[in-house]
Design a protein around this ligand. Structure first.
Ligand SMILES: Cc1cc2nc3c(=O)[nH]c(=O)nc-3n(C[C@H](O)[C@H](O)[C@H](O)COP(=O)(O)OP(=O)(O)OC[C@H]3O[C@@H](n4cnc5c(N)ncnc54)[C@H](O)[C@@H]3O)c2cc1C
Length: 494
């Protein structure tokens, strides 16, 4: 069987239409390279996509676009992306977060896109640590986290040099790990710097219509530039000859060739496509960390129920254990997100309320379940995560009778009832969902524990971009695609 593209030759083939692959492809098309994007799924976006279910559109992934940059800011990652892809701020329609929190029993640190808020919260909650924290921030600001040749360091070890209180170290690790660590209980310090800047120094924003706005902007730009793409058809194999990717075989049997190939699908996943590699290639560098996420559609705006946070990073003790759980899910820590709680312009409000809860999960445990067990495990963990989230949220405000004001505050026992009553629809995805729709082994959202910062592989014309090159999240993935395209196809490294 051969398909319509059989025999075609490209300057570059990009594998995967996620954020990094699309950004790389746009960059190349801008410089008049003949580019083909090949995507196995029917939709672009990869780990950060959306789907329709029961007449509603749900985002997969997007809690927040990190790395917010206000109009007029200079030199920040978001500004670089807009400039390099020739996108305008209006294309992304970004609204800033209202305010987020890191919460553990007895401690709460609020933060917004104004870094001074976090600084003053640390001064209030950890007065003995504020000088060390300020010195740490100076160190982070001066650190060149994008250099390709930096020596690895443990982030926990570096933080402990500046902060003597392990509770504060743990509290800072919770959001950073949840938003990007592919390693258990630690991460490389340069990754920590990338994430700390992205989360705290720059901050969170969201387009009113969610991630599809970003995907649409990228697809439109690519289309305008005349870029070609092949959807619903993956790359089945990369035929290698003498350390070179000589041909690419697509799922429909087409054989295409390219001077260069950029793969955004992951390190081990890419190696396993290569004809000169064993079927378990890269097994010593595959990620173990995956997640479940519940999505609850609320009948009211979360703020009407008294839930005004944008994002809450929670942990149920002073010790933070970020690793693959033994159980299906670890509900001791997680992330609560209310996509409604952004400052949308012109007073716009999302039509419905949304509550999303993310927690660590074990891919292998989910993979062993039979279909009925899988469905009941989903329901059980959905309910457990809802209950857990209520421990870290203010009790919901309820109106006992219509027109009764002021609203009554629900007691703890009532809170669960209120949440159930306020639920208009629910869904949940598991590590298996992630693998099914993105091909990431083990449902590992943040990919391989050891990043390949140079983007180089064992083949002289095959490169990596995206999650396993070293930059994470929507903004990070786009930056990775741009920088790998610049370095290996357009620029000096090619
Ligand atoms: C639950 C969850 C929550 C998240 N929350 C946020 C958030 O709030 N903010 C944020 O910034 N980031 C978030 N992320 C992370 C963010 O989505 C990713 O870091 C980013 O999208 C990675 O992009 P990528 O291009 O590197 O990889 P991917 O998105 O994985 O793109 C790879 C693409 O390759 C395709 N593919 C795989 N195999 C093949 C093949 N053989 N042939 C062709 N195509 C193939 C896949 O279908 C996919 O489209 C979240 C992710 C998840 C899953």
């Amino acid at each position: 069987m051969t398909g319509e593209l059989n025999g075609a030759h490209y300057d570059c083939i990009v594998i995967g239409a996620g954020m990094s692959g699309m950004a790389a492809a746009i960059r190349l098309a801008m410089f008049e390279r003949r580019v083909l994007v090949v995507e196995r799924h029917n939709a672009a976006g990869g780990l950060n996509s959306f789907y329709s279910f029961d007449g509603r559109k749900y985002d997969v992934g997007l809690h927040a676009m990190t790395n917010y940059a206000p109009p007029g800011a200079k030199g920040l990652p978001l500004i670089k992306i807009l400039r390099q892809l020739r996108l305008s701020r209006d294309d992304l329609d970004l609204a800033e977060q209202m305010g987020s929190r890191i919460a553990i029993p007895g401690y709460s640190l609020s933060f917004t896109n104004d870094f001074a808020v976090l600084e003053s919260e640390i001064e209030r909650a950890f007065p003995s640590q504020i000088d060390g924290f300020r010195r740490l921030v100076e160190h982070l600001k001066a650190f060149n986290e994008t250099a390709l040749d930096i020596q690895e360091q443990s982030a926990v070890a570096v933080l402990s040099e500046y902060l003597s209180d392990p509770i504060l170290v743990n509290m800072l690790m919770i959001p950073v790990c949840y938003y990007g660590s592919a390693r258990e209980n630690d991460l490389d310090f340069s990754q920590f710097v990338i994430l700390f800047k992205a989360l705290f120094l720059e901050g969170f924003a969201r387009p009113y219509e969610g991630v599809r706005v970003i995907i649409r902007a990228l697809m439109n730009r690519y289309r305008e530039l005349g870029g070609e793409r092949k959807m619903k058809c993956g790359v089945r194999e990369i035929i290698t000859e003498n350390g070179h990717a000589s041909r690419v075989i697509l799922d429909d049997g087409s054989e295409v060739t390219a001077d260069k190939v950029i793969s955004s699908i992951g390190y081990a996943e890419t190696l396993r496509l290569c004809s000169d590699q064993p079927g378990d290639a890269g097994r010593d560098n595959t990620g173990a960390l995956s997640f479940v996420e519940t999505i609850t559609v609320l009948k009211q705006q979360p703020s009407d129920l008294g839930w005004k946070d944008t994002i809450v990073f929670f942990n149920d003790s002073e010790t933070f254990d970020y690793r693959r759980p033994k159980n299906l899910v670890d509900d001791r820590s997680g992330v609560i997100c209310f996509p409604n709680n952004y400052r949308y312009s012109d007073g716009r409000r999302l039509e419905e309320g949304f509550l999303r809860i993310t927690a660590l999960a074990n891919y292998d445990r989910w993979a062993t379940l039979e279909d009925t067990e899988y469905q009941s495990a989903k329901q059980e963990w959905y309910e457990r995560l809802q209950r857990r989230a209520l421990d870290f949220l203010p009790p919901p405000r309820v109106r006992q009778k219509e027109h009764t004001t002021p609203p009554m505050v629900a007691h703890k026992a009532q809170a669960r009832f209120v949440l159930t009553e306020q639920t208009a629809a629910q869904d949940m995805f598991t590590p298996l969902t992630i693998t099914k729709f993105t091909g990431h082994l083990g449902g590992a959202v943040y990919g391989a524990p050891n990043k390949v910062k140079s983007g180089r592989t064992h083949l002289d014309n095959l490169y990596l971009c995206g999650t396993d090159q070293g930059f994470l999240g929507i903004t990070g993935a786009m930056l990775s695609g741009i920088s790998m395209a610049n370095l290996h196809v357009l620029g000096a490294g090619s």
